[in-house]
Ligand binder design. Structure first.
Ligand SMILES: Cc1ncc(COP(=O)(O)O)c(C=O)c1O
Length: 396
């Protein structure tokens, strides 16, 4: 089944970028790769220390639902971060570890999309532009991915009022990302509550990708779980995805969790018994320690803020610059994103991602992200400063 469906998917954005830039040489000297959202800050020493302390556990198969210590640490973090009462989350029912949120975001629709040979085709709603994994997940689960514009006009989040009841009735899942990749927009509590009410009324599951939740500029972004708790003290119809990849600059640890609706999580666990990457115990012990430690996260945020300060000084009044409320990307309006990407590489040695590669054309054939490029602000400050200077030189 996946074999046939795979052909319906676009190439991953980075493959398309490699094709666009094939045969184009940058000028001699320093080059800057601002394409991949891979943290360049280091995780705290705590990570390696705990892994070393748990070296005697490499012989053991890890339990599918993780360790009790991990689940407790996650529930304690969620309660602190999202102002939940201690009784709201049960570590035995409301949380599962995942080997990075990517795999969980991909696999979840497999337990949500109904097999429906007759009748309306199940839909999975995704923002446009979008993290490509949501689309792959929808298509490979046999659903129709329906792209919801998330443009400057809609505040860079999908307009929930624009959703037709006929579409909502056949919806199996809605992906939302806050802080959003690529735009950095943050959903407020009212927005989350609106999405939750829709999910419950129409019987679909809200998949809230909050993997950038800990990288924010001023205010901590509100989360879907606190909104769900406010909507009837229940997590029904809601799942939140959190990761250590960005929070602790530990993308290589492949560690995250999914929390929320206990019935969906029970089905997800059943699926995971057959097919899912489990996290080795020494790594899970490190993850447990990281969720319980905040000072490294504060230090991490401070580093990103300083880089956005640099960007603000260099770019304000240019390229539709705005300071994103969260995440670590700049989303710049440059006219023609592909042309700007080629010029930046050829003349400036700066590699960025054309915004259009993160989106699909709308009904009128217009790609809403065509005019944008995405920059990952992952390098150190001095490197970012030099890269942005080059960008200004090349694009004016
Ligand atoms: C929007 C979004 N969601 C999820 C992920 C996956 O993160 P991880 O699998 O490292 O937790 C990424 C990674 O880049 C992302 O940008």
């Amino acid at each position: 089944m996946w074999n046939d469906r795979l052909d319906r998917l676009q190439e991953f954005p980075f493959r398309r970028l490699a094709e666009l830039l094939a045969g184009i040489d940058p000028p001699p000297g320093e080059t800057f790769d601002l394409t991949i959202g891979e943290p360049r800050h280091q995780p705290p020493p705590l990570l390696a220390e705990v892994v070393a302390r748990h070296a005697h556990e490499w012989n053991r198969y890890p339990p599918l639902n993780g360790t009790a210590a991990f689940r407790r640490a996650v529930c304690a973090w969620l309660a602190r971060r999202y102002h939940l009462p201690p009784e709201a989350l049960d570590p035995e029912r409301h949380v599962l570890p995942v080997a990075g949120t990517k795999e969980a975001l991909f696999l979840l629709p497999e337990v949500l999309v109904p097999e429906r040979p007759e009748g309306p085709r199940p839909a999975v709603l995704v923002p446009n532009p979008v993290y490509a994994v949501y689309v792959g997940a929808a298509v490979l689960a046999g659903a129709e991915p329906v792209h919801l514009p998330a443009t400057r006009e809609t505040g860079f989040l999908p307009d929930l009022d624009a959703l037709e009841p006929a579409l909502l009735e056949r919806t199996a899942a809605l992906y939302l990302c806050s802080p959003a990749n690529p735009q950095g927009a943050v959903a407020d509590l009212a927005y989350w509550r609106h999405a939750i009410r829709l999910a419950r009324r129409y019987g679909f599951v809200l998949l809230a990708d909050e993997c950038y939740a800990e990288l924010y500029d001023r205010e901590p972004p509100p989360g879907v779980l606190e909104a769900a708790w406010a909507e009837g003290r229940s997590f029904a119809g809601v799942l939140a995805f959190h990761s250590l990849s960005k929070r602790s600059s530990a993308a290589g640890l492949r560690s995250g969790f999914v929390a929320g609706d206990p019935e969906v999580l029970a089905r997800f666990l059943r699926l995971r018994a057959y097919a899912a990457a489990v996290q080795p115990l020494p790594l899970m012990a490190a993850a447990t320690a990281l969720w319980a430690e905040e000072s490294h996260v504060e230090a991490n945020r401070a580093l990103y803020r300083r880089k956005f300060d640099i960007a603000e000084r260099r770019l304000s009044n240019r390229f539709g610059f705005y300071r994103p409320a969260g995440g670590f990307f700049l989303w710049l309006e440059v006219g023609d994103g592909e042309a700007a990407t080629v010029e930046l590489w050829r003349r400036g040695g700066v590699k960025v991602l054309p915004g259009g590669y993160l989106a699909v054309p709308d009904r009128e054939g217009r790609n809403p992200a065509r005019g944008y490029v995405r920059l990952a602000m992952v390098h150190d400050e001095a490197t970012i400063e030099r890269a942005l200077d080059r960008l200004v030189e090349v694009l004016g």
